[in-house]
Design a protein around this ligand. Structure first.
Ligand code: FES
Length: 106
């Protein structure tokens, strides 16, 4: 579905080590978390809270919120707006997540 452009793939960017859903992956320095997921062959990054339908990054510019992931234990992070860094732990978000410090209203 997505393919890295040859001039980007061969740009010599430093490689970082990240963990995605418990598995180690290489990531290109300067890429966003969403781009790292695409490069790892993972087009979906979350499931919807109501029906569990998989969703993936769409706008890649912070507008659609379809790229929500858990980064280093913090849920609801926009993967397209966060640059990947060495040692980052990324989890694809399953359903709704509570935000620490926020009380859920029923
Ligand atoms: S892909 Fe749309 S907000 Fe991240």
């Amino acid at each position: 579905m997505f393919k890295m452009l040859p001039e980007v793939a061969g740009s010599g960017a430093a490689l970082l080590n990240v963990t995605i859903d418990g598995r180690r992956h290489a990531a290109r320095e300067g890429d966003s978390v969403a781009a790292t997921l695409f490069a790892a062959g993972l087009p979906s990054c979350r499931t919807t809270p109501v029906t569990g339908v998989p969703r993936g990054p769409y706008c890649m510019m912070g507008v659609c919120f379809d790229c929500l992931v858990v980064i280093d234990g913090r849920p609801n992070q926009q993967g397209c707006m966060v640059r990947v860094r060495d040692g980052m732990v990324i989890e694809r978000q399953q359903g709704a997540r509570l935000v620490p410090g926020v009380v859920e209203v029923q």
